[in-house]
Design a protein. Structure first.
Length: 140
């Protein structure tokens, strides 16, 4: 298990998720995440730029961070994908990912889900699946 994985398993609330622009620049944002099925899962709005960047380039870098995105652990590289809600296999994994998020974040996730349902954004979410591989050898 990598240092990031053990840090995330130890209860970190946020990870900095870095996706890459066409010019190769990393764009990092703090996100909620949960582990399930040996992978990490993140939900976000389906039209978010991180989703667009991930569809174009599956490379990701992640690190433990705080709510403001201040990184407190090593960056790790990996790959990610936007899960397909029309796929039966992905639909089951998406449900498992939401269950893991609800278990981890409890009442906070309940509020996020409730607000998303009220403003009509719940069904406009995308679920990202991340597989973390190696430490990144450069500075953030």
């Amino acid at each position: 298990m990598s240092k990031l994985s053990s840090g995330l398993a130890a209860g970190a609330a946020y990870m900095s998720l870095g996706t890459f622009r066409k010019n190769g620049t990393r764009v990092a944002v703090p996100v909620w995440f949960a582990a399930s099925n040996g992978r990490y899962y993140v939900f976000t709005e389906s039209k978010a730029y991180k989703v667009k960047r991930l569809r174009r380039d599956p490379r990701v870098e992640v690190a433990v961070c705080d709510i403001r995105g201040r990184v407190s652990g090593p960056w790790q590289s990996g790959s990610g994908r936007v899960m397909d809600t029309d796929s039966a296999a992905d639909a089951a994994r998406i449900q498992s990912a939401y269950a893991a998020l609800r278990t981890k974040y409890g009442w906070q996730m309940w509020i996020a889900d409730s607000v998303s349902r009220l403003n009509g954004r719940y069904n406009k979410r995308a679920m990202l699946e991340l597989q973390i591989e190696d430490p990144v050898r450069h500075s953030p």
